[in-house]
Design a protein around this ligand. Structure first.
Ligand code: SAM
Length: 231
């Protein structure tokens, strides 16, 4: 494994709370919420609906989304990209049309996918975990077919006090006893999950040459969902 890949893995393990197995279990338990009826409606409204499609899930975690697609569409070619060993460990048996590849999406080489090979891509809750998304967006312009679609969902910036109240619902910050390590972790957590506004993500995609087809607000403005087209 390269030093860069290991550096990303170390960062992610800390970002995921220092307990990879617990983080992977949480990803499994939140799968339904992250891929609910509204998600599937958005997916079907903006991605191609016919043909033997070539589809990738970037930061696929335990690959549950891809396994769902595989069982509905045995003719699709599906690829998951993942880096965290504890997420990879949760992907046991793969259907024959699902391939899992290990790559660092902070600096994906041009040849993770062949040029203009993908019909659609999902990046669900990935972007805030990258050191920066520009190199991925540029690579995606190359991997997606002309007219190919990226569906992106992610957490977006919320006011710091709202975040703290959500994290410590019972705590009176003026009077309750607090401890510094918990506060240190909370502030690190805040900055790692609140990197971008919804507009930042859309504007970064446009900067990298994508067209925004649709954008919606989720979870009381704490998340955004975007469909972006490779012209
Ligand atoms: C919040 S989880 C979401 C997992 C899955 N997309 C879902 O919605 O259930 C983000 C995933 O992206 C992966 N990830 C983060 N940074 C990555 C990188 N640089 N390269 C590849 N995968 C990455 C993480 O390991 C994790 O599995």
């Amino acid at each position: 494994m390269s030093d860069k890949l290991n550096e990303t893995r170390r960062y992610l393990e800390q970002h995921h709370g220092g307990d990879g197995a617990k983080a992977a279990a949480k990803t499994v338990s939140t799968h339904e919420r992250n891929h609910d009826t509204d998600f599937w409606a958005f997916w079907h409204a903006h991605t191609p609906s016919s043909g033997a499609l070539n589809i990738a899930d970037l930061g696929c975690g335990p690959a549950l989304f891809l396994k769902q697609l595989a069982s509905k569409h045995p003719d699709y070619s599906l690829t998951g990209i993942e880096i965290a060993p504890y997420m990879l460990a949760h992907i046991d048996e793969c259907p024959s049309n699902l391939d899992i590849r290990i790559a660092d999406l902070n600096s994906p080489g041009e040849n993770v996918f062949a040029q203009h090979s993908l019909d659609a891509c999902l990046a669900n809750m990935l972007i805030h975990e990258l050191f920066q998304p520009v190199m991925l967006f540029r690579a995606l312009r190359n991997w997606l077919k002309p007219g190919g679609i990226l569906i992106l969902t992610d957490m977006v910036r919320q006011p710091l006090d709202t975040f703290l109240r959500h994290k410590f619902p019972q705590v009176d910050f003026a009077t309750a006893p607090l401890n510094a390590p918990d506060m240190n972790d909370s502030f690190r957590d805040y900055f790692e999950h609140n990197r971008y506004s919804a507009e930042d993500i859309a504007n970064l995609l446009k900067l990298c040459g994508f067209e925004i087809v649709a954008q919606e607000t989720l979870r009381e403005s704490r998340a955004t969902r975007i469909a972006a087209r490779n012209p």
